[in-house]
Design a protein around this ligand. Structure first.
Ligand code: NG1
Length: 506
């Protein structure tokens, strides 16, 4: 059997999924494929059969870990099942999927029915292939977790002679929870896109009040003259969310959560003993205004927040930032945040400090709550505008006003890049260079895609300009200069929109 999990790229909405705001991704054509099968256990003398992993890429060494004997026989009793989140390896993502699937099937009412008991003495063999480099910001980690989750569901069900049946929405939440096992407090965008995508269209994925996806067609997709291409260019800087999580991804999750709490108290909205997320705060505001007969759409509420955000933070007593450098005059410390939250230290720690964070990597060495919050609110607003522009045309690629629409989409992408660079500080000099070259080569918009701190860019380019665009990137971006054609084509490519994860019985 062959199982495919899709990689994704994003048109709009960076670092807002974990604040529960809607995002606008699409699956790209590249994927991660797993071929799987079973064999009589080679470990007959031993007490349990194995899961054997091999990767086509010789960089990723083969790996083996044990199948659980029963649902109660988990990590505690078998070190081979443990994920060392301080030294992640490629197979950690497969283990995360395995442990997540075990926990899920156990919750479903039994490991026997799910075929998890290894009484049958059968090894499971997985051969994995992926065409896009890891750490390229195209969510290869989520594609691997999704495809491995599907594989284990399939193998456990087929060994109990049942057909696998799982709602896509359940598979989405299962994959999101599984990937958290590697130690990243990730949002759900990548797994949702990898599973729910439909060919030739993007998705608007909303996380509030629960995950739902709307298929939205992006204009300009006709091939040839008058059409537009989406070009991915990898910066060749590995974006490793895990290595940089304490001063990067997990720190940003923390800053935006605390920002939500401070905003809520500045607005006199109820706060609770769990981390309020920014989308929830906006909803509390919409509901409060509705009770005094002022009806606000999400876009209108965001506009009000955006115009007031600096003011609101001032009333909480946060030190004002210097607008020219965005560095606060006084670094905001954890003690400041505890005081401003109004929570006792223990509660604050329990609610917000579940993962280790290190603000010393921030400009100025302190927390930048105002800048992070502003990015999330403005980026969420850009996503709504991007979606409206696409919805209005509903895939119509006729020439009337098309250029104007595409230019507006491009300028939203550029604004997003600027915000990721200055407010959220998740870009890097190399991404800055590529997006600069891309715009000079005629891209209507260019931005990073994914968590940032390396990884890839996505650019919107008129079809007629694509050839020259590729040449310009190759001439001007240092790491591309010495690449042969084949190597260059792996890191810079135009992509259509692919369909979501699937299973092929061969
Ligand atoms: P990438 O860099 O593609 O893995 C990560 C998160 C997303 C989202 C983006 C930033 C995971 C699996 N994915 O994407 O949920 O927060 O960063 O927009 O952690």
């Amino acid at each position: 059997m062959l199982i495919g999990g899709k990689l994704r790229s994003k048109y709009a909405g960076e670092h807002i999924d974990y604040a529960l705001f809607g995002v606008f991704p699409a699956a790209i054509e590249a994927d991660i494929l797993i071929a799987c099968g079973t064999s009589p256990s080679a470990n007959q003398g031993g007490d349990r059969p194995q899961i054997n992993l091999q990767n086509f890429n010789p960089k990723y060494l083969p790996s083996t870990f044990s199948r659980a004997r029963s649902s109660s026989d988990l990590v505690e009793s078998d070190p081979s099942l443990k994920i060392d989140t301080t030294h992640l390896k490629w197979e950690s993502y497969v283990k995360a999927a395995y442990l997540g699937t075990l926990a899920f099937l156990r919750g479903q009412g039994g490991d026997k029915e799910g075929g998890l008991e290894s009484g049958e003495k059968e090894d499971w063999n997985l051969l994995i292939d992926g065409r896009v480099p890891a750490g390229s910001g195209l969510s290869s980690s989520a594609a691997l977790v999704v495809s491995a989750t599907l594989t284990f569901l399939l193998l456990s069900r087929s060994s109990s002679k049942q057909h696998p049946q799982i709602a896509k929405s359940t598979l989405v939440s299962l994959s999101i929870e599984s990937e958290k096992r590697v130690g990243i407090n990730s949002g759900g965008m990548d797994q949702s896109a990898s599973i729910l995508a439909q060919g030739d269209a993007a998705l608007y994925i909303d996380f509030y009040p629960s995950v739902k996806a709307e298929v939205v067609r992006v204009p300009g997709s006709s091939s040839g003259k008058g059409g537009y291409a989406w070009v991915i260019a990898h910066s060749c800087v590995v974006s490793d969310k895990v290595v940089s999580r304490e001063g990067g991804y997990n720190l940003r999750v923390f800053e935006t959560r605390v920002g939500a709490r401070l905003l809520a108290s500045a607005l006199g909205l109820p706060t609770s003993d769990k981390p309020l997320l920014l989308r929830e705060v906006v909803q509390l505001y919409i509901d409060k205004e509705a009770s005094s007969s002022k009806k606000l759409t999400l876009a209108q509420a965001l506009d009000e927040f955006i115009t007031q955000v600096d003011l609101l933070f001032d009333t909480t007593g946060l030190p004002p930032s210097d607008p020219s450098t965005l560095i606060p005059k006084v670094p905001v410390t954890i003690e400041d945040l505890v005081r401003l939250s109004g929570l006792p230290q223990d509660n604050f720690t329990e609610i917000y400090l579940q993962s280790k964070i290190d603000p010393s990597r921030n400009k100025g060495g302190g927390f930048l709550i105002r800048e992070r919050t502003r990015h999330v609110l403005e980026e969420a607003r850009r996503v709504l505008e991007f979606r409206e522009l696409c919805r209005d045309r509903d895939g119509d690629s006729g020439s009337e006003n098309l250029k104007e629409t595409m230019e507006r989409l491009g300028s939203l992408m550029n604004a997003s890049q600027k915000s990721c660079d200055t407010l959220f500080d998740c870009s890097c000099p190399e991404i800055g260079q590529i997006t600069g070259i891309a715009r000079a080569a005629g891209a209507l918009g260019s931005r990073l895609t994914g968590a940032g701190w390396g990884g890839s860019t996505i650019s919107l380019v008129e079809n007629e300009k694509v050839k020259g665009f590729f040449e310009k990137l190759k001439e001007e971006y240092e790491p591309y200069k010495k690449m042969g054609e084949e190597e260059f084509a792996k890191v810079v490519f135009a992509t259509g929109m692919g369909a979501g994860a699937g299973i092929w019985v061969v």
